[in-house]
Design a binder for this molecule. Structure first.
Ligand SMILES: [Zn+2]
Length: 102
């Protein structure tokens, strides 16, 4: 999907249409404190010790179980208002393989 770098949109902070800079959200690194992390499991007294507790290791589920694997991702765009410099997100992501800026 090709997108313009600058776009006129409604700014919820200025409450009017202003020029916005379009950016793609940065991919966040997995936090050790996020939900379902091993760190939190250890805090609850789970996932202690070494190894995988005698379980047989196999490849990730996505590589063998999910047949209709999606080829595209939803866009996660951020719009920065040029007037107040505040950023807001797009409401709904559109499925696309990649995002290009003109
Ligand atoms: Zn604004």
């Amino acid at each position: 999907m090709k997108l313009p770098r600058l776009i006129k949109r409604h700014c919820p902070f200025c409450k009017k249409h202003t020029e916005h800079k379009v950016m793609q959200a940065k991919k966040k690194a997995a936090s050790s404190l996020s939900r379902g992390s091993k760190y939190r499991a250890r805090k609850r007294g789970l996932a202690r010790g070494l190894g995988n507790r005698g379980r047989y290791s196999r490849p990730a589920v996505g590589s063998w179980k999910r047949s209709g694997k999606k080829k595209s991702k939803k866009t996660d765009l951020r719009y920065e208002c040029k007037v107040c410099k505040k950023t807001h997100m797009q409401k709904k992501g559109k499925r696309t393989k990649r995002v290009e800026f003109k």
